[in-house]
Design a binder for this molecule. Structure first.
Ligand code: SF4
Length: 62
């Protein structure tokens, strides 16, 4: 599985329940394993977390 994906495209390892299918697998990308979530990133609920992610994708779009 190549690393990286276009913005706005869900990770192929993301399960329908929003869990990671390879969370305990050593093949999980280092950028995922090293991510330190913050309150700003997570918000109070999934909608806020997804809004934060969408903002990052807009700000980093080519
Ligand atoms: S933790 Fe990484 S590999 Fe797992 S679903 Fe999220 S982006 Fe994909």
């Amino acid at each position: 599985m190549p690393h990286g994906k276009p913005a706005g495209v869900p990770c192929p390892h993301l399960l329908p329940d929003r869990h990671c299918a390879i969370y305990m697998d050593p093949a999980r990308p280092a950028c995922c394993a090293g991510l330190a979530p913050s309150l700003e990133m997570c918000g109070d609920d999934p909608a806020q977390a997804l809004a934060y992610l969408a903002r990052l994708e807009r700000l980093t779009a080519p």
